[in-house]
Structures are given as C-alpha cells and as structure tokens.
Ligand binder design. Structure first.
Ligand SMILES: O=P(O)(O)OC[C@H]1O[C@H](OP(=O)(O)OP(=O)(O)O)[C@H](O)[C@@H]1O
Ligand SMILES: Nc1nc2[nH]cnc2c(=O)[nH]1
Ligand SMILES: [Mg+2]
Length: 168
C-alpha cells in the first residue's frame, strides 16, 4: 500500500450532476470524433462510457480493467484485463479513432498505462486534477489536487446535521 494523504476537500456529485457533466463531455467529443469504439476504464469509466456512447451513437464498447485505489488509499496499479485484439485492430494498432473514457484523472498513473497501450486514442474524463490533466485530451471540470471526488454510486442519502450543531 502506498502512503496517501487524506484529501482536505470533498466534492460530492449527484446522479443528476453526473449525467449533466457526461452530456457536456459528449457535446465536446462530438466535435472531435467520429470514434470506432469506446474503451471504458473500469470500473469508474463504465457509467460515463455508457452515457457518452449513447450520445455519440457508438455501439462497440470495450473495457480495460485497472485497479489502483482501495477507497482513499492508492496501491500498486494492476491491469486485470487488457483491451481486446478486435478493438486494437479497429484503432489501427495505435488507437486512432478510439475513445478512452474514465470518470476522472488524479495522478495520471492509470491514464499513462492506458496511453502506453493505445497512444493515438482520444482520452476523455469527466473530472480532472492538475497532476493528471496533461494526460487527458478532453475533460469537463477541474478540481484541486487536494479534493476527493465522491461519485453517486459511492454515496447514500444520509442525515446532514444543521450548521448550528457544528456541521462544517
Ligand atoms: O489518475 P490516477 O491517480 O491513476 O487515478 C484515477 C483512477 O482512480 C480511480 O479508479 P480506481 O483504481 O479507484 O478503480 P475503480 O475505477 O474501480 O473505482 C478512477 O476511477 C481512475 O480510474
Ligand atoms: N472516487 C474517487 N476515486 C479516486 N481515485 C483517485 N482519485 C479519486 C477521487 O478523487 N475520487
Ligand atoms: Mg478507475
């Protein structure tokens, strides 16, 4: 396990907000494509990939399965499943006309590994932090490096204490 400072700020995202941000990402990507296939970086890239593929009319969806965080803690990066040969062929071997989608880029380690597999692919994320931003071609919202993004699938409705009772 790699030591990791707990981020100071929280950026919780609702389903509505996430859907809006994915639609905004699709609008931008529509000016860049067309794409032969979407490659989702699992698991976080699956939801935005589904929304983006629907908006752009792409029906070939592949996954590259990478794990690196156990909740807030970064561990060694593991490629559990690579991109399928058929998808790599569709991208002419280098990833041309392929769209890689992930929910966010943080340090850029995950993006760097996928870029090394298909260097010419277009890389899109919904959110980006400064360290990872240079690895992404298109994103929607930047948050600071000391912010942790909470996705709707990781959240639950819960009681929020009133400010006067000491809530931040
Ligand atoms: O830029 P990096 O520092 O590499 O971090 C970004 C990656 O971390 C998260 O995935 P995670 O490994 O937590 O797996 P998950 O998608 O299954 O939640 C996120 O979905 C990105 O893929
Ligand atoms: N949910 C979530 N996963 C991450 N993996 C790396 N950074 C983040 C983050 O800010 N939020
Ligand atoms: Mg991920």
């Amino acid at each position: 396990m790699i030591a990791h400072k707990t981020p100071d700020k929280a950026f919780p995202v609702s389903w509505d907000q996430f859907h809006r941000d994915c639609r905004a990402l699709s609008w931008r990507l529509n000016e860049t494509g067309p794409f032969h296939a979407v490659v989702a970086i699992t698991r976080g890239g699956l939801v935005p990939a589904a929304i983006v593929a629907r908006e752009l009319g792409v029906r070939v969806i592949d996954t590259v399965c990478i794990a690196s965080y156990d909740h807030l803690h970064k561990s060694e990066l593991k490629v559990l499943k690579g991109i399928s040969d058929m998808t790599v062929k569709l991208g002419g071997g280098s990833g041309r006309n392929l769209l890689v989608v992930d929910d966010l880029v943080d340090t850029g380690a995950t993006a760097r590994v996928v870029r090394s597999m298909i260097p010419d692919a277009h890389f899109a994320t919904v959110y980006a932090k400064p360290l990872g931003k240079p690895l992404v071609d298109t994103f929607i919202t930047e948050v600071s490096q000391d912010t942790w993004i909470y996705f709707p699938w990781d959240l639950d409705l819960a009681f929020a204490p009133p400010l006067r009772d000491g809530a931040a």
